[in-house]
Design a protein around this ligand. Structure first.
Ligand code: FEO
Length: 174
């Protein structure tokens, strides 16, 4: 069933935010690459791709419902490099912003009794818990390392092993 115009607008804002998240992660990847940490850079690039998958899930959902997806304007990522800790703090802050936006979308859908979007939004609520937890754990380990070179290089090696992502929407509710 087609969703209301106001819900469509809220979904489109979420699509734009997911693309913004992708650009933010892409910029953060550049920052750590400049610090000669290619494993972390690869991890952040994969995360940038995953955000495109998220946007595609919302786009597919609107399309399946007979609604129209439209990407809004996106400002340049406001990201300061400087330290590995600052990079992952920026990543966590952005994830928290996305999580709150998904919660708000869920609340709006519930208010309208839009049951058809519930599986997708529930999937995203769980996904956000996972994403925040993953970034928070990396940040915690970076704090433990406390700028110790060998420690950073070990974490960098570990993060290089993340499986290669695709930008296709292939898992979870679409
Ligand atoms: Fe699509 Fe990392 O939130």
């Amino acid at each position: 069933m087609k969703m209301s115009a106001s819900l469509e607008k809220a979904f489109n804002a979420q699509i734009t935010l997911e693309f913004e998240a992708s650009l933010t992660y892409r910029q953060l990847a550049i920052e750590v690459d400049d610090m000669d940490l290619p494993g972390m850079a690869a991890w952040l690039r994969h995360q940038a791709d995953e955000e495109i998958v998220h946007a595609n899930k919302f786009i597919d959902h609107l399309s399946d419902r007979g609604n129209h997806a439209a990407i809004g304007s996106i400002a340049a990522p406001k990201v300061k490099g400087g330290s590995v800790q600052a990079v992952f703090e920026a990543a966590l802050a952005h994830e928290q912003k996305v999580s709150e936006s998904i919660r708000e979308l869920y609340r709006s859908a519930e208010k309208e009794g839009d049951l058809d979007s519930r599986p997708l939004l529930s999937w995203f609520l769980s996904e956000q818990v996972e994403e925040e937890s993953t970034v928070d754990e990396i940040l915690g380990r970076i704090k433990l390392i406390d700028n110790d070179g060998p420690g950073l290089l070990r974490l960098d090696d570990e993060m290089a092993t993340r499986p290669v992502a695709t930008t296709e929407n292939t898992s979870g509710p679409a």
